[in-house]
Design a protein around this ligand. Structure first.
Ligand code: MN
Length: 249
């Protein structure tokens, strides 16, 4: 087994689904290779293209759950945050995978650095229609009603929501779909952190700026549709890397 002492990995927006078998395969390789033996793995939302309930028996999702469970059983804790696609991940998922679900957002201290972790959709405050939808689907009553529907109905509704989201993201201006600078400032100031890590926008980058006159950074993880995107953190610092498909593990 390869060991990576005192290393923590972050990924986000894997959007795993049977439609993207190469992403599932790459994530499996990542769990068995690079991430094996790490201190911890954080998945900052949208692990799945969608998640219609913990009773989902879709084979591709089951394969991912089994790989996660095997990874956690190898000795590394894995923390999973809800994304806008898989906000219905619940206790059943945690039981299947042995992963621990995280609230959005959380503060983390890692190797002496305090940081704020979030999926990122809550930062896109200029997208008013999305924020209204987000508020509705995150209520317990909406979720109860949705989860009472049959699995096939939930799958149909999720597919319709994905199609609607594609139309929306295809027509909205680019800045609307990005993290709002004022929302970033206020979240970081409220938590008094100089580092923010998120995904969601699929625009991997490290942005340097000032918060309350101090240098600060926003690290954005990329999506896994075409290649992997990993943030590696250890005592010496961090590296945001793209992982080409079929490249070294
Ligand atoms: Mn997202």
């Amino acid at each position: 087994m390869r060991t990576a002492p005192m290393t923590t990995y972050f990924v986000s927006d894997l959007h795993l689904d049977a439609a993207y078998p190469s992403a599932i395969a790459q994530f499996g390789q990542f769990l068995r290779g690079m991430a094996r033996g790490a201190d911890a793995l954080y998945i900052l939302g949208d692990l799945f293209e969608d998640w219609v309930g913990d009773d989902d028996d879709d084979p591709a999702r089951s394969q991912v759950c089994a790989a996660l469970r095997e990874y956690v059983e190898s000795g590394t804790p894995c923390y999973v945050m809800h994304g806008n696609r898989d906000f219905l991940l619940g206790a059943g998922f945690a039981q299947r995978t042995h992963c621990r679900l995280l609230g959005d957002a959380i503060e983390l201290e890692l190797y002496g650095e305090r940081m704020l972790l979030t999926h990122g959709d809550a930062l896109c405050t200029a997208d008013l229609s999305y924020q209204r939808l987000r508020t509705v689907v995150r209520t317990a009553s909406w979720q109860r009603r949705f989860l009472r529907l049959s699995l096939s109905t939930r799958r149909t509704l999720a597919a319709a929501a994905r199609a609607g989201s594609r139309v929306h993201t295809g027509s909205a201006a680019a800045y609307i779909m990005d993290a709002d600078p004022a929302a970033v400032q206020s979240a970081m100031q409220a938590c008094q952190v100089r580092t923010l890590v998120h995904g969601h926008t699929h625009r991997p980058a490290v942005h340097e700026f000032k918060v309350a006159d101090q240098s600060a950074r926003r690290i954005v993880l990329g999506a896994w549709y075409e290649q992997g995107s990993v943030l590696r953190w250890d005592e010496r610092g961090y590296a945001l890397r793209a992982l080409p498909r079929g490249g070294p593990e």
